[in-house]
Design a protein around this ligand. Structure first.
Ligand code: COA
Length: 155
């Protein structure tokens, strides 16, 4: 999956130290630490990472659930991020991974979640709207480099 992102020119897994040195176990340890709120970088909140698997082994996509918002996430990042690997897009998996992550959010006790996407990310906007997202507003986001749509989904 990492190689596929690189070949597609998407830099999602670049500059991740454990992946660059091929230490998958260390990467998973860090994800577990992130979920437990251990050794977090400053300004990070605890977040859980989920893989969408086919046949129990092929990773189709990844989602991240931030356990709560901070000032930065409230403006830009929201509670949930997700991505489907390039070769597996347009098969409904993006819609599925958000639905499954919403279940995880509900199980954590969240009542509603903020989900954001760039206004020109047609696929992501469609996924969020299909999943019950109500548009709060559209803002210009300096860190995202464009107009950002911010939606709330009631759980
Ligand atoms: C956005 C992303 C997760 C979509 O994943 P996906 O598996 O292709 O999504 P789905 O197959 O569930 O498609 C959802 C909807 O978007 C539409 N869609 C998907 N790709 C599209 C595209 N490139 N252009 C226009 N519409 C598109 C689908 O037709 C579908 O609409 P429908 O339900 O009306 O048929 C995927 O493109 C991705 O990982 N992109 C990079 C990371 C990213 O943008 N993440 C979201 C950050 S907010």
């Amino acid at each position: 999956m990492v190689a596929e992102y690189a070949a597609a020119g998407e830099d999602r897994y670049q500059n991740i130290e454990e992946i660059e040195r091929g230490d998958f176990a260390a990467y998973v340890r860090r994800l577990r630490d992130n979920a437990a709120g251990a050794h977090l970088p400053a300004d990070y909140v605890p977040s859980s990472t989920f893989w969408l698997l086919r046949d129990g082994k092929t990773i189709l996509g990844v989602s991240r659930l931030r356990h709560h918002l901070n000032d930065h996430l409230r403006v830009t990042g929201g509670h949930i991020g997700y991505d489907i690997r390039p070769s597996q897009r347009r098969r409904g998996y993006g819609t599925r991974i958000l639905a499954l992550t919403l279940e995880k959010a509900l199980a954590r006790g969240l009542k509603r979640v903020l989900v954001t996407c760039l206004a020109d990310n047609v696929a992501s906007a469609r996924i969020i709207e299909k999943s019950g997202g109500l548009l709060q507003d559209e803002i210009f986001s300096e860190p995202m480099g464009g107009r950002l749509r911010r939606y709330w989904i009631d759980l």
